[in-house]
Design a binder for this molecule. Structure first.
Ligand code: PGA
Length: 261
């Protein structure tokens, strides 16, 4: 079972789906369905597109919901001539709690390096946002036997020169690239092995106390039908969910993972 000192997190990454009107309908459904016992057990996080954040904030504020939310990306810069980018202070103004950083789709389609991921982590911290850092290997790397080494070097790169008091509240999402959107799920043992390796790495980079606090999520084709066995792994503290989070009913079942088969 997940370590009881770390609150489980279920995070829904909408990617480039759901317009702001659809976001309002989705959030109202969540508001209606989630009860105090759900929030007490599991932190619920939504990562909508930038254009939806104001709508999400308005519903969360008006109904005093315990749902938290964040942006799918953040600029490494504070302000200025960076057309198309969104700064940490703009996100903080919308009461975002998290910034998702280094998702494999950004690494692959926007050439985001470990250096840029590190700069974005620092930008998030500067704006008082919690970084949720995505790491994970491609199929080639897994087949060559270097999955752990590769993923740990992404962790080290993302956290370069980041102080321990910011790391212990950060979230690391292990998402093997070959499992994202493919229906291929890592085995619960694979998820556990990598999560433990990440925790041990953080213990070496910082100390055991920090490593014990960091929440490590698994992501990649998580659904209501496979979430429970993943959550039973002692070092897996939650899931980052893409496709299955687009359906609020399915995401609700994932949030209620102990009730699933
Ligand atoms: P998926 O995506 O659940 O659709 O595999 C996960 C993610 O990319 O965060």
């Amino acid at each position: 079972m997940t370590n009881e000192n770390r609150q489980p997190v279920m995070a829904g990454n909408w990617k480039m789906n759901v317009n702001h009107l659809e976001a309002i309908a989705y959030m109202n459904k969540m508001a209606f369905s989630l009860v105090d016992a759900d929030y007490a057990r599991t932190e619920v996080v939504i990562f909508p597109p930038f254009t939806d954040l104001r709508s999400v904030q308005t519903i969360v504020d008006a109904d005093h919901l315990s749902i938290t939310y964040g942006a799918q990306d953040i600029s490494a810069h504070e302000a200025g001539a960076y057309t198309g980018e969104v700064s940490g202070s703009m996100l903080k103004k919308l009461k975002a709690k998290y910034a998702l950083i280094g998702h494999s789709e950004r690494r692959a389609h926007h050439n985001e390096s470990d250096e840029l991921v590190n700069a974005k982590v620092k930008a998030a911290i500067k704006s008082d946002l919690i970084p949720m850092i995505a790491v994970g290997e491609t199929l080639d790397i897994r087949q060559s036997g270097n999955a752990i080494e590769h993923t740990l070097s992404q962790v080290t790169g993302a956290l370069k020169d980041v102080r321990s008091n910011y790391v212990d509240e950060s979230v690391i999402a292990y998402e093997p690239v070959w499992a994202i959107g493919t229906g291929e799920v890592a085995t619960p043992q694979d998820a556990q092995d990598m999560s433990l390796a990440i925790r041990e790495k953080i213990s070496k980079l910082y100390n055991q106390e920090v490593a014990d606090k960091v929440r490590i999520l698994y992501g990649g084709s998580v659904k209501a039908g496979n979430v429970k066995t993943i959550m039973e792994q002692p070092d897996v503290d939650g899931a980052l969910v893409g496709g299955a989070a687009l359906d609020p009913d399915e995401f609700l079942r994932i949030i209620r993972w102990p009730d699933q088969p």
